[in-house]
Structures are given as structure tokens and as C-alpha cells.
Design a protein around this ligand. Structure first.
Ligand SMILES: Cc1cc2nc3c(=O)[nH]c(=O)nc-3n(C[C@H](O)[C@H](O)[C@H](O)COP(=O)(O)O)c2cc1C
Length: 268
């Protein structure tokens, strides 16, 4: 018998034997349907088809907010293992795999990183408050307050993950255009985002920052990095003090997806 699985958007073959799965193993969306055996079966199939993943991809993407308030609960290598595993499956030009991660837990190193971070952050904050920098949000005041708290407590976040890359293993195709080259980043930041989504799945908050890249020479020395590696992002990781939100504040599809010509909104 074929039944439609709404989570996968496809018809699947239903077997005769119906297994009962614990309600804990079911997603909250399906819990209310517990009395329907077919749905119990579908949920069980879904768990086995996602090979141990405990979160829907869309749920992770919609809620992977920047975390700026962390508890001091430790984060183990085991907690981070899946997130790093997701990171290594990101695409990169020519599959040259330029990205490396350094997990920093040492308190002295984190103190030094936090101290370096606060310099440019406080300058940025001052410019944002006077309007010299447009941070593009009508919720700017709250964002700045939260980000300032984050800066003031950065050394207390249990883990700082320093994302690095061998730049010669990126393949920038836009270096001759007379504008800022960004294509090299396309071999780097998908891995960083996969890592962040993996953190979200592991119920770990993360905050992506790039201000510390200003201090690449100091960070390279602090972490014993080779000459040919660059720092590309610093991701603070820890347990959140609040629940994750269910949706982030972003532009609508009508403003960002065009058909054939720039500005001709596909979903407007
Ligand atoms: C390239 C980049 C650099 C960022 N740098 C910082 C930073 O230095 N400090 C910070 O608090 N947040 C930083 N962020 C987080 C952004 O502020 C955040 O992604 C954005 O405001 C969206 O907020 P949300 O995650 O709460 O939806 C950075 C994000 C990106 C993509």
C-alpha cells in the first residue's frame, strides 16, 4: 500500500507490520496524531531514513539564530563532533577542502581573543550608535545591546571555534573584475554554515563573528597556525540561556528572488 509522507513530500510503500515507537522519538508535529497507526509508522520510517539526525533541516535553518547569551555549561568534543562532520561535507571548488577548525577552550587564549575582539567591536558600536554605520535593522538598538553584552562576556563562552582556510586551495574567479573579490569565500563559508546548523541540531548556540580576522597575525601566532593558512571566522559556541526562536528576522522572498530580470519578483 502506498501512503503519502508529508515530511518527505513523496509516496512511500507501507509494509504490513506496524512498529510502535516511543512518543519521545516522534516529532512534536506528529505527537498529536499518535492515535493514528499509519502516522506512527511514517514517523518511525522517517527516523530511520534520517540516520540518527534528531532535527528537521528546515527547523534548524529557521531557528539557527546568533546566540549572544551563553551559560557556562561546558561543551565537549563529542557535542561538536556531528557539527564538524556536517562541515566537512560542504561543497568547495575542485573539492580541494581548504577549511580547518581550531577548537579553543584554554581560558588564557580565550581571554586574549576576547580582549582583541572588544577593540574593533567598541569602535563599531560607537559608529552604529551615531549612525555612521547603518546596521540595516529597525531593531538595531536591541541588536547592539545584545551584541555588546556578548562582547563584554566573550571570554566566558566555553568554546571559541576558529575557522581557518588554506587560501591557495580556494578558487576565486573574480579577482580581475576591479572590485572586492568574494568568490574564494564560496569554498569556505558553506562549511562554516554547515557547522552552525550542526550546532543548532546539537542544541548549542553559536555566534559567527569576523571582527577578529583583523588580528590574523596575532591569532595565527597564538594558535600556532602555518604561514599559508588564514583566519576566516571565529564562532563562539555554548549552551544558550534561552530557548531557540522558531523563526528569524529576514527579508521576504518577494524581495530577494527575481525571474529573468533583476527586480522582477518571482514571489511578489
Ligand atoms: C560575516 C558576519 C560577521 C558577523 N560578525 C558579528 C560580530 O562581530 N558580532 C556579533 O555579535 N555578531 C556578528 N554577526 C552576526 C550577525 O549580526 C547576525 O547574523 C545578524 O544580525 C542576523 O541576526 P540573527 O542571527 O539574530 O538572525 C556576524 C554575521 C556575519 C554573517
Amino acid at each position: 500500500m502506498k501512503v503519502y509522507d508529508p515530511d518527505f513530500g513523496e509516496y512511500i510503500t507501507r509494509t504490513d507490520s506496524i512498529s510502535i515507537y516511543s512518543s519521545e522519538a516522534l516529532t512534536s508535529t506528529n505527537k498529536y496524531k499518535l492515535n493514528k497507526c499509519s502516522v506512527i509508522l511514517l514517523s518511525g520510517l522517517r527516523l530511520s531514513r534520517t540516520k540518527g539526525a534528531n532535527m528537521e533541516l528546515g527547523d534548524a535553518i529557521y531557528s539557527a539564530v546568533t546566540t549572544r547569551y551563553f551559560s557556562n555549561e561546558p561543551v565537549t568534543d563529542e557535542h561538536l563532533h556531528k557539527a564538524f562532520d556536517y562541515a566537512r561535507f560542504a561543497p568547495q571548488g575542485g573539492n580541494r577542502q581548504p577549511v580547518r577548525f581550531i577548537v579553543v577552550r584554554d581560558q588564557d587564549k580565550r581571554n586574549q581573543l576576547a580582549e582583541l575582539y572588544r577593540g574593533p567591536w567598541k569602535a563599531y558600536l560607537a559608529d552604529a550608535q551615531t549612525g555612521d554605520i547603518n546596521i540595516g535593522s529597525d531593531k538595531a538598538a536591541r541588536l547592539l545591546r545584545n551584541a555588546d553584552h556578548f562582547a563584554d562576556h566573550l571570554e566566558e563562552v566555553p568554546v571559541m571555534v576558529v575557522a581557518c582556510a588554506h587560501l591557495e586551495d580556494t578558487h576565486p574567479t573574480d579577482t580581475e573584475l576591479g572590485r572586492l573579490s568574494v568568490v574564494g569565500g564560496a569554498s569556505i563559508y558553506p562549511a562554516v554554515q554547515n557547522f552552525i546548523l550542526g550546532c543548532r541540531e546539537a542544541k548549542l548556540g553559536a555566534s559567527l563573528t569576523t571582527l577578529l580576522c583583523l588580528f590574523e597575525p596575532q591569532v595565527k601566532e597564538l594558535l600556532g597556525m602555518p604561514e599559508d593558512a588564514a583566519t576566516v571566522a571565529h564562532i563562539a559556541v555554548g549552551h544558550r540561556t534561552k530557548e531557540f526562536p522558531t523563526k528569524l528576522d529576514r527579508m521576504g522572498l518577494e524581495d530577494i528572488v527575481f525571474s529573468e530580470t533583476w527586480g522582477a519578483s518571482t514571489y511578489g
